[in-house]
Design a protein around this ligand. Structure first.
Ligand code: ZN
Length: 311
């Protein structure tokens, strides 16, 4: 029986739109006032997390995936499939879109495409988020982009804490300033930037990818349909946020003591509020760990909210 949880040390990314909440709200030991992303559970070459403690301390998650597949229930695949991030957007992120696996395989050197989803951890009042667009068809989409008719093109929806969004490949999207989210996504770093508010980074505009964007954006936009189920379980409330081809994501609220059945190949767990212990190890807001195969039960003591994902 292997029930030692695998705690990971995040990788941080400076971004022109980033802020300082990863330090001030989450307590991460990171300097700077434009820290945009915390790659919390990741084996992606652009941000490969290190195991923090225990038997595998010091190993990269990619190495663990390559050499100890038994910890992941012998899951198949040449790379760890998911990437969990916390994003602190002090300013607006670029208006962007991701390709699907098929497009990325051909145009991006065998990379995975990206399906992603967002759980809104916090946002300022009157914040909105960009999901989809208003073009009737591909031609109108291309015209609006080439003519820079951003106001007409972009579909914005109001935002509040606790909202959840599934972003399929081909869906135009952007997080706006004043938003903190937890993102669960396929392990991919392929983003096509459509519009970046004419901002400069080190004196130069960041690269745009207009042709590839028009290739992959689906028109017209249709919001994805899915249902969310809430269940009272053994000491906790579980809300299934999404179940799709690439991942299932649940939000779990623990009051005092929860016995969570760990019957998946492995589970990614992020603590988004509260504190306590997980199978005896201390946890707090901002802790991230993997529950390896064979754990059977994840015992959480304390009051905490978790975002859990698995394949
Ligand atoms: Zn995205």
């Amino acid at each position: 029986m292997n029930n030692e949880l695998i705690f990971l040390k995040p990788v941080f990314k400076n971004m022109i739109w980033g802020g300082s909440k990863l330090k001030t709200d989450f307590g991460y030991d990171v300097e700077g006032d434009n820290i945009g992303e915390c790659w919390a559970i990741s084996a992606h070459p652009n941000g490969d997390c290190t195991v923090e403690s225990g038997k595998y301390a010091g190993m990269k998650l990619s190495e663990l995936w390559a050499s100890h597949r038994e910890l992941f229930g012998d899951a198949e695949g040449d790379r760890f499939p998911l990437l969990i991030k916390i994003i602190d957007a002090k300013a607006d992120l670029s208006i962007q879109v991701h390709p699907d696996n098929e497009y990325a395989a051909v145009h991006e050197n065998g990379s995975l495409g990206k399906t992603e989803c967002w759980y809104v951890l916090d946002c300022e009042e009157n914040t909105s988020i960009v999901i989809g667009h208003n073009a009737k068809n591909k031609q109108e989409l291309a015209d609006m982009i080439h003519e820079k008719r951003w106001k007409e093109l972009i579909r914005e929806v109001p935002l509040k804490k606790g909202d959840f969004f599934q972003i399929e490949p081909g869906c135009l999207h952007a997080i706006k300033g004043g938003t903190v989210i937890l993102e669960t996504q396929q392990s991919s770093d392929i983003t096509y930037r459509v519009y970046d508010y004419d901002r400069l980074q080190n004196g130069k505009p960041r690269e745009l990818h207009i042709d590839k964007s028009i290739d992959v954006i689906k028109a017209p936009f249709t919001p994805p349909a899915y249902s969310q189920v809430t269940e009272q379980k053994n000491g906790y409330i579980s809300k299934k946020l999404i179940e799709c081809k690439y991942y299932t994501v649940e939000k779990i609220d623990v009051k005092e003591k929860a016995l969570i059945k760990a019957d998946k190949k492995f589970m990614n767990v992020s603590v988004i509020s509260g504190s306590g212990t997980a199978n005896g190890a201390p946890i707090k807001k901002g802790s991230h760990f993997i529950v390896p195969f064979g754990t059977e039960t994840l015992e959480i003591c304390g009051n905490a909210e978790l975002i859990v994902s698995y394949i």
